[in-house]
Design a protein around this ligand. Structure first.
Ligand SMILES: Cc1cc2nc3c(=O)[nH]c(=O)nc-3n(C[C@H](O)[C@H](O)[C@H](O)COP(=O)(O)OP(=O)(O)OC[C@H]3O[C@@H](n4cnc5c(N)ncnc54)[C@H](O)[C@@H]3O)c2cc1C
Length: 353
């Protein structure tokens, strides 16, 4: 099978890896051409992301599909990441310590609403209630600011730096993948050439062309929109938080995602906009004050970056796999790229091979 993948972001890279691996496992020949208009070091959406894998807490404010796809992806990450580490020798940090949901006293009504919805939607084994003394034992640096927490054990955070590094090493060392950086491909429409498997930019014919262009597929998928998100990344040697923390907030879900060696990502704003210009002062103040309110040890943290990115979303904020003859589009990952991409990629591969 000969395939082209247009867009080497999160979905495109993951698809290239898993497709080749699947064909190797099943003794099928495969050649993948991976094209991206950027270089591989480009700070794209998947790199900006906090990379939380949170099927249960995300489902509370969205649809049950979020939980269903998220649980599938969670299990696939647990299976796939050790394979990637073994094949490349690169450690990929996957924090599987769960998520804590907390609220400051002023936001307690939001926390209680979240709790009611979570209790109705979440299997009992996937959610616990922690008192202040349990918080003191399990996550002591939170117990000064919060009296209680909801705990979701089967959630976590992927360190996307180490993930991309390992994945790029794997793709580079794989003879089945040819990676074209700085190659722009367009006209991936149902009337364009890609439908018949021909890609003008490569001047080649393929069995399948995958459109994994994220936000930039809007020219061919008119229902796609962009949702701006902003994050801050800090290094805080004085802070020792081990789990992902979600702070109920009246305007958007705020979270702190722990990374290795006392690094933390806090995000994310959610703004209906296709403006990907730098982070605003207002958003930076909101994110940083939320961080400081959680633990005053963050006051001496060093800001590593403030980044804005655009999430590709359809009207229902759910992802879609759209097949138009030999053209297959995977898009609409919204704020759930890490939560949805493994499940979608696996579904596509099972349907083809
Ligand atoms: C602030 C923020 C926080 C987030 N946090 C999380 C989180 O905690 N958990 C989670 O699951 N998700 C999170 N996400 C969402 C996640 O990052 C996205 O859903 C995911 O990155 C989308 O992946 P994609 O492959 O569809 O698009 P992208 O990763 O954007 O990749 C698209 C690629 O296509 C390339 N391309 C575009 N047009 C062309 C063209 N014409 N020719 C060639 N190449 C092209 C681009 O250069 C790009 O590399 C977050 C997103 C943001 C912005």
């Amino acid at each position: 099978m000969k395939v082209a993948i247009v867009g080497a972001g999160l979905a495109g890279r993951l698809l290239a890896w898993r497709l080749v691996q699947h064909c190797r496992d099943t003794d099928q020949p495969i050649a993948v051409t991976l094209c991206d208009r950027q270089s591989r070091s480009f700070m794209g959406t998947g790199r900006i992301a906090a990379a939380m894998v949170a099927p249960f807490t995300e489902a509370v404010t969205t649809e049950s599909t979020t939980r269903e796809l998220g649980v599938v992806s969670w299990r696939l990450w647990q299976k796939w990441l050790p394979q990637l580490e073994a094949a490349t020798g690169h450690k990929v940090e996957f924090n599987q310590q769960g998520t804590l949901v907390v609220a400051h006293p002023a936001d307690l009504p939001d926390w209680q609403r979240f709790q009611q919805k979570a209790q109705a939607d979440t299997p009992p084994e996937a959610m616990q209630y922690w008192s202040q003394s349990e918080l003191q034992q399990q996550e002591p640096e939170l117990s000064h600011a919060f009296r209680q927490a909801m705990y979701f054990p089967e959630e976590g955070v992927i360190d996307n730096d180490s993930f991309y590094k390992a994945l790029d090493t794997w793709l580079d060392s794989t003879q089945e993948v040819t990676w074209h950086e700085g190659m722009e491909c367009g006209e991936l429409s149902s009337t364009g050439e890609a439908t018949r498997g021909y890609l003008k930019a490569c001047d080649e014919q393929f069995d399948y062309v995958f459109d994994c262009r994220g936000n930039d597929a809007r020219e061919d998928q008119s229902e796609l929109r962009s949702v701006r998100g902003e994050v801050v990344r800090v290094h805080a040697p004085e802070v020792n938080l081990t789990r992902a923390i979600r702070l109920t907030h009246p305007r958007y879900p705020l979270y702190i995602a722990p990374r290795p060696n006392h690094h933390y990502v806090i995000g994310a704003t959610t703004l209906e906009s296709d403006d990907d210009s730098p982070v605003t002062v207002r958003s930076a103040l909101e994110l940083l004050s939320a961080l400081y309110s959680l633990n005053t040890g963050f006051s001496e943290a060093r800001i590593q970056f403030l980044q804005a990115g655009l999430r590709p979303a359809f009207n229902d904020n759910l992802p879609r796999i759209v097949r138009e003859e030999q053209l297959i589009r995977i898009n609409g990952l919204f704020r759930h790229g890490y939560l949805f991409a493994p499940a979608l990629v696996d579904e596509v591969i099972q349907s083809l091979c």
